[in-house]
Design a protein around this ligand. Structure first.
Ligand code: GLC
Length: 521
């Protein structure tokens, strides 16, 4: 039943023009007819296809989904590019969303010796065209990742994206691929598809959201699953295995990462998880652009999940949020006790070892601490155990729950994020938008987004920073934040400066546009 569709009909438009008012009455009928309808070719907007494994609001597990849900929207709003996004159609995409999708068609995708079904659905959401790659064998499963055949699943996805282009007769000028799950889209484009007409013109940009996850596989995957040609071996081999991120970095016209500081950090072996030499070799084509957030979504004024809304000029709703949160968590209701929140994936990258080292010292202060997140069992067990021992002071909720996250961001006073490394980090920005003052370790995007009050002679700043990965240095700065909380005038100044910080995509979307322009010209 699939009908091949031409999706870029917008490229040619007929513009009607009325004949000039000065036309004399003596002009012949023919001449008037000739000028009444002029066919004008409008240069089509350049087109960008975002290729990623998750995008809000359809399917997500973390920061990547936020970025793919908000950057294309910001770019579409700017109006300079035709922006589209493609992600897999996971089981978790709700039927309410699916009801809004249109089936475009289906075709088969060759993947080594396999020949797999691929359906394509589409919808337009907030100015952006989204495509969804459907294959129930690969994507009708619980969770987005963590299956034994993730390599094959995302190889299929990447190959399907390239096959979709010829099926739709839609060839973007630029393919912008993200993280290891989409790295093969770049590798395929620059190997198997590089000599095919129209594919040969597509440029590739690859963005690293976290260099820790590189897509490493055994050599057996090279031909049998990825179906790569022999000459591509050197492009994807690294350090005794197949490394998809390495391949994408090398083959893309440019690559980027999600903050300027992280871009310089990943030249170092401490941050690069083995890829430092590849980063150094390709540094000439690397850029760091800080992520923004969707301030329509993360907004103390608009967020309907809050107990009360508030703004920079009237923070009174935040008091209600704190009181209701204390009641909800069964903690003593007292606005004078500073509340510290930690909302994170419970993994070592997030600096949880530092917290563990001095957690009981923190709890010795007059504070309340709330932890929300899921992750490694070691940390889950630890924080549950401490919460059990410090009943009236500490609550641990093992969950990934956006509703509750909003209530905690808004109801607490201090947001703790002591990451060991942090490519960008969005939580510190979100906390600011709820007038919750972040205490962060200065690394990656945390360094670039938080200006330290404790460094600026306490005159300006939107948070507190410490520098070394050292638990006592962190403890010292947390105590400083607690002490400052006691000074209402200073604290309100900090809260206002935090909530007023501009974390929109405005500036960063422009930086991306410059980068696109640079690649396309
Ligand atoms: C990853 C990084 C995080 C970043 C996000 C979006 O999750 O760990 O720092 O904010 O991607 O780019």
């Amino acid at each position: 039943m699939a009908v091949k569709k031409t999706e870029n009909a917008e490229t040619k438009k007929t513009v009607k023009k009325t004949a000039g008012k000065t036309a004399t009455k003596t002009a012949t009928k023919k001449a008037v007819k000739d000028t009444s309808k002029v066919e004008v070719k409008i240069t089509p907007k350049k087109s960008i296809l975002f290729v990623a494994s998750e995008a809000n609001p359809f399917a997500g597990t973390g920061g990547l989904a936020d970025v793919i849900g908000s950057l294309p929207k910001a770019l579409a709003k700017n109006g300079n590019y035709d922006v589209r996004v493609v992600i897999p159609l996971y089981q978790s995409v709700t039927s309410a969303w699916r009801d809004t999708f249109r089936f475009v068609g289906n075709f088969n995708v060759p993947l080594s010796w396999r020949n797999q079904y691929c359906g394509v659905f589409t919808t337009k959401y907030e100015g952006v065209t989204f495509y969804f790659i459907d294959n129930e064998y690969y994507f009708k499963r619980s969770g987005l990742y963590g299956h034994g055949d993730d390599g094959e699943r995302f190889a299929f996805f990447s190959k399907a994206v390239l096959e979709m282009m010829s099926y739709l007769d839609y060839y973007p000028d630029l393919m912008h691929s993200h993280d290891w799950q989409s790295a093969l889209s770049v590798i395929y484009l620059k190997t198997l598809y590089k000599d095919r007409e129209r594919y040969d013109k597509i440029r590739a940009l690859f963005t690293i959201h976290n260099i820790e996850y590189q897509g490493k596989f055994g050599f057996d995957m090279f031909a049998d699953v990825f179906g790569l040609p022999e000459y591509a071996y050197d492009m994807v081999e690294y350090d005794g295995c197949i490394n998809l991120m390495k391949g994408a970095i090398q083959l893309a016209e440019k690559f980027s990462t999600v903050s300027r500081t992280y871009a310089s950090e990943i030249k170092d072996s401490f941050f690069a998880h083995g890829l430092q030499n590849i980063i150094a070799e390709n540094e000439y084509k690397m850029t760091g652009i800080l992520n923004g957030i969707d301030e329509d979504v993360y907004s103390a004024k608009k967020d309907e999940k809050l107990f009360a809304n508030y703004t920079a000029t009237d923070l009174s709703g935040k008091k209600v949020c704190k009181e209701e949160l204390q009641k909800m968590l069964n903690l003593p209701v007292n606005e004078e006790i500073p509340m510290i929140s930690i909302i994170t994936r419970l993994v070592s990258q997030k600096g949880l070892d530092l917290i563990k080292a001095v957690f009981e010292d923190i709890l010795a202060e007059n504070v309340q601490v709330v932890i929300l997140g899921t992750g490694d069992k070691e940390y889950e067990d630890y924080f549950v155990d401490v919460a059990n021992r410090y009943e009236g002071k500490c609550r641990t909720i093992i969950a990934y729950n956006k509703d509750l996250a909003s209530k905690i961001y808004s109801g607490t006073d201090i947001f703790l994020m002591p990451s060991k490394h942090e490519p960008c980090g969005l939580s510190q920005m979100i906390a600011c938008k709820y007038a919750t003052v972040p205490v962060v370790r200065s690394t990656g995007g945390l360094a670039d987004s938080i200006k330290a009050y404790n460094d600026e002679e306490r005159k300006s700043g939107n948070g507190f920073k410490f520098y070394n990965y050292n638990a006592h240095e962190m403890l010292y700065v947390i105590k400083d934040a607690i002490y400052t909380f006691g000074n209402k005038k200073e604290w309100t100044k900090l809260q206002k400066s935090a909530i007023k910080t501009d974390f929109t995509w405005k500036k960063s979307a422009c930086e991306y546009e410059k980068l696109f322009e640079n690649i396309l010209n």
